[in-house]
Design a protein around this ligand. Structure first.
Ligand SMILES: Cc1cc2nc3c(=O)[nH]c(=O)nc-3n(C[C@H](O)[C@H](O)[C@H](O)COP(=O)(O)O)c2cc1C
Length: 205
């Protein structure tokens, strides 16, 4: 599939068949994610592909527990909102694979020579760590389409970050950034309507 087709076909997939993903495909998805640009080419990421159903359900339980602990407001919608959010944060347990992305702090050139902390510099540069993560995750999502899979980016489960890091056994200097759930889509979905080019483009000539 060419790049334009992959971009235009991609949409978030949350319902998967039980078909397993061969390890060589998981590795290929991660290889392509790793080709993304990153701040100072630091490539601060590591990807953990989780296919074990018991581990995935353990992870989902931790996420559900955390969501249940969020204090609700008094609105009538409160209960529905929470159960909806819970589903969007835990559906990954039914995916054939979840690719968890973790990152370590990058070393910025500036912090070697100025009296500013890593966090201050990161904020000043508008979080290049997270920008790098986004580039890699998008590579992964588009590659999933290219290889005939569906995928969905998830940040909601990060509510249970510490527990998830323990379950996945994320290396000490790394911290979890996001999940990508991957598998064969139960059915092909139409990509969502997006803003028109006129709404999002401005030429500064
Ligand atoms: C940073 C980020 C975090 C997201 N987190 C979640 C999530 O936790 N759960 C979920 O179901 N979808 C999540 N999504 C998917 C978005 O809901 C989805 O991209 C959006 O609705 C647009 O739909 P599309 O991907 O089909 O174009 C996330 C997307 C991004 C970019």
């Amino acid at each position: 599939m060419d790049l334009k087709q992959s971009i235009e076909k991609r949409t978030s997939i949350r319902n998967f068949t039980d078909e397993k993903i061969p390890v060589h495909d998981l590795k290929e998805l991660v290889r392509r994610a790793g080709l993304a640009p990153s701040v100072n080419n630091y490539q601060p990421w590591k990807f953990y592909a989780i296919t074990n159903k018991d581990i995935l359900s353990k992870m989902a339980v931790k996420v559900s527990e955390k969501i249940k602990q969020i204090p609700s407001n008094k609105s009538i919608a409160a209960k529905n909102v929470k159960s909806q959010v819970e589903w969007f944060a835990t559906f990954f347990e039914s995916a054939p694979a979840v690719i968890a992305m973790a990152m370590e702090d990058y070393e910025s050139v500036l912090e070697k020579g100025v009296d500013l902390s890593h966090d201050e510099i990161n904020k000043m540069r508008n979080f290049p760590d997270m920008q790098s993560a986004g580039a890699a995750i998008q590579n992964l999502l588009l590659s999933a389409v290219d290889l005939g899979y569906g995928a969905c980016w998830l940040s909601a489960p990060m509510i249970a970050k510490e527990s998830l890091e323990e379950i996945i056994k994320i290396e000490k200097t790394y911290h979890l950034i996001a999940f990508v759930a991957v598998g064969k889509a139960v059915r092909d979905l139409q990509p969502k309507t997006k803003k028109s080019i006129d709404e999002i483009f401005k030429l500064i000539d």
